[in-house]
Every structure is written in C-alpha cells, then in structure tokens.
Design a protein around this ligand. Structure first.
Ligand SMILES: Cc1cc2nc3c(=O)[nH]c(=O)nc-3n(C[C@H](O)[C@H](O)[C@H](O)COP(=O)(O)OP(=O)(O)OC[C@H]3O[C@@H](n4cnc5c(N)ncnc54)[C@H](O)[C@@H]3O)c2cc1C
Length: 402
C-alpha cells in the first residue's frame, strides 16, 4: 500500500525553476526539430550544463545530490514541454546511470557518469533485440573475453594493455533510443551461462562507440514519434573494449537492470504525467478560445466533462508518481509502486492526449497544434520500460507478498 508522500517547499521552487527553463530554452525549438526530424543535441547537452540531468546522483560524481521527488518533477516538466528531453534524463538516470552509480568502479562513476551528468556524453541503453523484447533474458548478444593483444582501433590502449584482456562484443540491438547519436552505450550481453536464464548476463560500457571498429548503426527505425526521437538499430561485429569496461560483477547484469528499471519506470510515469499535463493545458486553452454555435466550446457539457476528467486523471497520476518517488527517497525498494505508477500514468497520458485531439477537432489532427505530438509520445510510454502488460505482471506478482 502507498502510505504517504511529502513535498517540501523546495520541490515547488524546483518545479517553477524547471518550468521557466523549459519555456525559455526548450519550447522555442521543439517545432523546428520535430518538423526537420533532427535530434536536439545542443539542447540535451545544455540541460546537463544546467544541472537537469544528474538530479539524483551525488555531487562527487557530478550529480545534483537531489532526491527522487525532484527527479520526477524534473522529468514531468520536461515532458510537459517535449517528451524527448524527458526521455534523455530518464535514460541517463535510470537504466544507464543507476548501475554506473551503484555498481561501477570509481573511474566509471567519476568519468563516465560525470560526463553523462554534465551533458558531455549522451548515453544510450542497448538491451532489446529482434527476438528479445519483453523476454529480455532471451538476448543473444555475446561478450567474450580475449587475451590477445589490444586492437589498435581501440581508443584506450594503455588501460587495455595494463588489464591484459578485452571484451569482444557481437550482436544485434533494436530500439536503442539515441543509439545513433550516443557518446556512450551501456550494452547488455551474455558473458556466460548459469542455473537461471538471466544468470550470465552482464553490462559493458562502450564510450565513443562511433570511433570503434566493429560498431555500426544499421538504421534509425522509422517510428510514430518521428525522426528526432532517434530509435536506432545497432550491429556489433567483433567490437573490442577493455576488460575494465565491465560494470559491476560479471553475470549479475540482469539484477542491476531490474533495479534500474524501478527508476526508469518512475521516470516514465513522470513522462506520462507531463504529457497529460501538457495535453490538458492545451485543451483547456483551446476550449476557451474556440467558439461554435455562438459560445466557447467549453460551455458544452460534453467538452467540459472531458476537461474535468483530464484534470482529475492527471492529478491522480501525479500523486501516484510522487508517492513512488517518496518511497524511494525513504530508501524503500519501489518495484511494485513504480510499476503501478508507470502503468497508470502512461495509460492516463494516452487517454488524456486522445481526448485532447478530440477537443481540438480537425485542428487536433494537424501538426499545427501540439496535441497530436502528445498523442504519439504517449503511445511510446505505454511500450518502453516494460510494456504496460508486463508492468501489470510485475504488480500481479507482488499482490500476495504484502
Ligand atoms: C519508443 C521506444 C523506445 C525504446 N527504447 C529502448 C531503449 O532505449 N533500449 C532498449 O533496450 N529498448 C528500448 N525499447 C524497446 C522496448 O523496451 C520493447 O519494445 C519492449 O520491452 C517490448 O518488447 P517488444 O517490442 O519486442 O514487444 P513484445 O515483447 O514482442 O510484445 C508484443 C506484445 O505482447 C505483449 N506481451 C509480451 N509478453 C507478454 C506476457 N508475458 N504477458 C502479457 N503480454 C505480453 C506485450 O505487452 C506487447 O503488447 C524502446 C521501445 C520503444 C517503442
């Protein structure tokens, strides 16, 4: 049961500051990037410089030393403006940043995570494969140890020679968000076998993948969110990295991913809240301005009730998300709470965005207005960080534990 949650005045100040930042630095550029299908690299890097990426990480690794309620608020406000930017923070803090901070070496924490927090490195997380989606443990990408001499193509010859061996990665990944523009990949690969299917899976960091032999961006997958989103299909063909690039213990990667997913799902819930909030606000304004039959359309109860439901559902999603974040701030494991918040908030985002298009009539169907984008963005949130069916399974598995 979700017991309580608490927001301090500083959280509301933080929300106001992030909203101001979004309106000044992000909002003016969204339409152009969406129309041209270009990834907003400069925006994401500047978000790092402005302290918006490494919110929950300690200051000694370049983070902001803030709590997970501040993280959720940041992601929500970014998604209210443009989900793509919220997703960049979510990847950095959840599936990439969490294992680096919790299980990485001093160098991985200070250099890799430090660069990610500062916006110097855009990170990507490469787990999903053509035959391994919801069933992630079915992955076929391998990383094998090789004690042969360092490949001259590798940018870290000194370290690899000292360590005496390397990982050689072979495999095929799909839907690696920002893979084609990434400065750092966290690759999930099989390094051995074990008693259970998820034993023997490890995490390996690949800085500067584009400078390495054996790495290829096969294509960016054409998708509903548009080309700016950069959903990449990647090939690894004998890619070599130093043995020291293993994150945490060999064969324990799946455990790290499951823990990171608690944060990833919390952030995706916050994305859902932000999308719903943006779609609601646009609809509230439109329904006030648009007149038919001689009066603003909000005066038709059929439209007014939609607005009331959109406001109520968005608020409920926000409370669930902040409650899950508060649990994490109190040091609890929030697997169930994050799955509940993710499923509820992203389903709300889809419902609210769909109603927003309806309220806008034909204009909602046009790219002249932002609500069709919110609708496309909402659909993705129901699929990634575990589909909402898989998240319901996570909740179901825990219904008899309490
Ligand atoms: C926009 C976007 C961004 C993404 N970003 C990343 C990323 O950065 N890195 C990464 O590694 N992956 C990423 N993914 C991949 C994402 O994690 C997978 O799409 C997701 O895990 C589902 O896998 P799948 O698409 O292969 O669907 P499948 O697993 O094939 O599922 C198909 C359908 O079957 C349902 N289903 C499957 N198993 C069950 C079950 N046991 N019970 C009930 N229903 C089930 C699913 O819910 C779904 O409706 C991204 C996907 C999208 C759409």
């Amino acid at each position: 049961m979700i017991e309580r949650f608490d927001l301090a005045e500083r959280h509301e100040r933080h929300r106001a500051a992030v909203r101001d930042y979004c309106e000044a630095e992000i909002e003016p550029h969204v339409e152009r990037h969406e129309r041209e299908g270009t990834f907003p690299e400069e925006i994401v890097r500047e978000m790092g410089a402005a302290g918006l990426i490494g919110i929950p990480f300690p200051t000694d690794v370049g983070g902001e030393g803030e709590d997970y309620r501040s993280f959720a608020i940041t992601v929500e406000e970014l998604a209210r403006t443009w989900k793509l930017t919220a997703g960049a923070v979510n990847i950095a803090c959840g599936l990439v940043g969490y294992p680096l901070e919790g299980f990485g070496t001093d160098r991985q924490r200070e250099e890799w995570l430090g660069n990610i927090c500062a916006g110097e490195w855009i990170p990507a997380f490469a787990l999903t494969e053509p035959e391994a989606g919801s069933d992630a443990a079915a992955l076929q990408t391998t990383a094998e140890r090789d004690t042969a001499e360092q490949s001259p193509a590798s940018p870290e010859p000194t370290e690899a020679v000292q360590d005496g061996d390397e990982w050689i990665i072979d495999g095929h990944k799909v839907w690696t968000t920002h893979g084609a523009v990434a400065d750092f990949l966290l690759v999930v690969a099989r390094t051995g076998e074990g008693d259970r299917r998820h034993d023997g899976i490890s995490l390996i960091g690949v800085p500067n993948p584009h400078e390495r032999d054996g790495f290829e961006v096969e294509r960016n997958i054409p998708c509903m969110e548009g080309e700016a989103a950069v959903e990449s299909e990647l090939r690894f063909d004998g890619l070599r990295v130093p043995a020291a690039n293993l994150v945490g213990e060999e064969g324990r990667g799946f455990r790290y991913i499951m823990e990171g997913l608690d944060i990833g799902r919390l952030g995706t819930a916050a994305q859902g809240v932000g999308i719903a909030q943006g779609a609601f606000e646009a609809s509230r304004e439109f329904a006030d301005e648009r007149e038919q039959f001689g009066k603003p359309i909000r005066e038709f109860q059929g439209i007014g009730f939609k607005l009331a439901d959109m406001a109520s559902e968005t608020e409920a999603a926000r409370l669930l998300t902040l409650a899950a974040a508060d649990g994490r701030d109190r040091g609890e494991r929030i697997t169930k709470e994050a799955a509940i918040a993710k499923t509820f908030a992203t389903d709300v985002a889809m419902e609210v965005a769909t109603e927003a298009v309806q309220i806008h009539g034909s204009r909602g169907y046009s790219t002249d207005y932002p609500v069709e984008r919110y609708m496309r963005e909402a659909k993705g949130t129901q699929i990634y960080d575990g589909t909402n069916e898989v998240n319901r399974l996570v909740v179901l598995d825990r219904l008899y534990d309490d």
